[in-house]
Write a protein that binds this ligand. Structure first.
Ligand code: ZN
Length: 242
């Protein structure tokens, strides 16, 4: 696998990096999303509904694979078996890049997912951590940056998503039980209120403005990435100005 995005709940990866996932899939990369839970503690929709919605969103984004783990909504990381399950997943998929949550997100599941994924990335590359699989370490663990942080971190980089913003928004709308939908009866949540889609679009516009593009998605990398060949690395940007 080229890319493995790991979200706490079905719909997290769509909201936080749907445009980037669609863009990488369009470029021919093998892109997978793993949902750590089935979202059974959500205020709206059943796990069955959310699973059908996740499948439709995966189709829209062009994902190679969608993996549904069942670590337990609101219980992520509380069971020592969770780390083992994630190490198994990383060693099975062997992704070049892993994307997941940052440490300061609002939802406790997201914060614990961040910690769990960090630990699993570390132990996946430790031979003594025995799962019967070959050890494997991804090239990088990258955090997505949400739009609901009081003080969002400065991104390490922003991916322009001008061409795939529509796919991102369509993938989000595939979650008919979660977002604004007058035909769905259920308690109103922060996500389901009218105008949330405009909020998500505004966040993408904001990150886009930082790089002189219409839309973008922001990411953080811990540590300093080594760039072996700065010319090749920045060549795509040549002629666009600084
Ligand atoms: Zn979530």
């Amino acid at each position: 696998m080229d890319v493995l995005a790991i979200g706490a709940h079905p719909d997290d990866c769509e909201l936080l990096m749907g445009g980037t996932l669609a863009k990488l899939a369009e470029r021919g990369y093998r892109v997978a999303v793993a949902d750590l839970t089935r979202g059974e503690c959500g205020s709206r929709g059943t796990p069955e509904m959310r699973s059908a919605e996740a499948a439709e969103a995966a189709r829209i984004l062009g994902l190679t694979k969608r993996i549904a783990l069942d670590l337990g909504d609101s219980r992520i990381g509380l069971d020592p078996g969770h780390r083992l399950e994630l190490v198994r997943l990383i060693r099975a998929e062997r992704p070049t890049l892993i994307f997941s949550h940052g440490p300061d997100e609002r939802h406790p599941d997201h914060r614990r997912a961040c910690q769990l994924v960090r630990e699993a990335c570390f132990f996946a590359n430790v031979a003594g951590f025995d799962t019967g699989q070959e050890r494997f370490g991804p090239a990088a663990l990258i955090e997505f940056v949400g739009g609901t942080l009081a003080a969002p971190p400065t991104p390490s980089f922003v991916v322009p998503i001008n061409e795939t913003i529509e796919k991102k928004m369509a993938a989000m709308r595939a979650y008919k039980s979660q977002f604004y939908n007058p035909e769905f009866e259920g308690p109103e949540t922060r996500l389901s209120r009218k105008g949330f889609d405009q909020f998500i679009e505004s966040v993408a516009r904001f990150w886009g403005t930082l790089i002189g593009e219409n839309y973008g998605e922001a990411f953080v990398m811990r540590g300093i990435p080594a760039i072996e060949d700065p010319v090749a690395h920045f060549r795509e940007k040549a002629g666009k100005g600084i």
